[in-house]
Design a binder for this molecule. Structure first.
Ligand code: BGC
Length: 349
């Protein structure tokens, strides 16, 4: 397996590796820094292999510059928590307010910034990483142990997160990859076709992007992706929700959610015909169209401008811990919860 493992550098005296997972003509490059998806190489209709995720070439860039969270594993809690606080079993917990006064993706030293321990790398296609998050890490109660497993098959990649804690806490992990199915350096994704299995979404209050706590119907609004349409076709600031966030930056409620793995989204690259079907057992899918990318220089010197990639993040609804009408992201003491995301690829002509 040596040839598939490369030393990438060191963070806090801990070695950081790049692992290449392979099955058929699909490869994924994963780092134990942040349990990060660095590259995902998928064949197009002609057999040409295309890297479909945005990212950086060097560990230093992930360490110093990853404000966009390219490819990282987000935890303990994805998305925003209002006023960076919540109450659990009668105690109030305070988090880092990295988007004052709110917390985004659990603060500045989230799981995407940690060096994960490698548990196993087997059969060239399966990697398991582990992280121990001590009690009060980021402000959350409970010693949480989390594993993230990446498995590549001939037609896709599955990420499985498993978490267990010795005290009741929040467990809401996701992966923050940005996809461009025309290739990571191909420019804008606004012509990608998108279909979401979501009849409802959660609106935001204002430009700070906190949820209002409502659940709204997508019908007759630009939020309606129940039938495939291009991402850009109705992305207009005349719809106030899209004015606030300068594009899509919203959680969609997966219609048939019942805790089983099911389709949440289907995305097709207009130039390559590469189609991604995303399946998950989490209740929501956050759609973020890279609105705040501003000429970030990425892999191979690529310029990632606004809308250079689209991030599809399976997760619990935003700020669910503070909204009892949203499905609870709580992990009870001693319980183990497992979340799975399948990224499946094929090509359409
Ligand atoms: C959030 C955006 C944020 C971005 C990068 C996304 O998950 O929804 O609002 O700007 O991450 O920081």
């Amino acid at each position: 397996m040596e040839s598939m493992t490369k030393v990438w550098g060191e963070v806090d005296n801990q070695p950081v590796y790049l692992y290449t997972l392979r099955s058929g003509s699909l490869t994924a490059v994963i780092s134990n820094f942040g349990a990060t998806v660095v590259s995902l190489n998928v064949p197009d209709q002609t057999g040409k292999v295309v890297d479909v995720v945005l990212g950086y070439d060097t560990l230093e860039e992930y360490e110093r510059n990853n404000r966009a969270y390219f490819g990282g594993t987000i935890g303990r809690c994805a998305n925003r928590i209002s006023n960076s606080q919540f109450t659990l079993d009668g105690s109030v917990y305070h988090l880092t307010a990295n988007e004052w006064p709110n917390s985004l993706h659990s603060g500045l030293s989230g799981f995407h910034m940690r060096v994960w321990e490698t548990v196993s790398f087997t059969n060239e296609n399966e990697l398991t990483l582990r992280l121990e998050s001590p009690a009060m890490d980021q402000g959350f109660p409970g010693n949480l142990e989390i594993t993230a497993s990446f498995k590549v098959t001939d037609n896709g990649m599955t990420i499985t997160y498993s978490g267990t804690s010795d005290a009741t806490t929040i467990f809401n992990p996701t992966n923050h990859s940005y996809f461009n199915l025309n290739g990571h350096k191909a420019g804008s994704v606004v012509e990608h076709l998108l279909r979401l299995q979501a009849n409802y979404y959660t609106p935001v209050e204002n430009a700070r992007s906190l949820t209002t706590g409502e659940i709204c119907n997508v019908l007759y609004t630009p939020m309606d992706f129940t039938r495939p349409k291009t991402i850009g076709s109705e992305m207009t600031p005349s719809f106030r929700q899209l004015l606030y966030t300068d594009g899509y930056d919203h959680n969609f409620c997966i219609t048939k959610y019942n805790g089983d793995v099911m389709e949440a989204a289907q995305l097709t690259g207009d130039q390559t015909g590469i189609r991604l079907t995303l399946k998950t057992n989490e209740p929501g899918l956050h759609l973020y169209t890279g609105n705040y990318l501003t000429d970030d220089i990425g892999k191979g010197g690529a310029h990632y401008y606004k809308h250079a990639g689209v991030s599809l993040q399976p997760q619990f609804y935003p700020d669910a811990i503070n909204h009892p009408n949203y499905i609870s992201p709580i992990l009870h003491k001693g319980e183990t919860k497992t979340f799975e995301t399948q990224y499946l690829f094929d090509c359409v002509s």
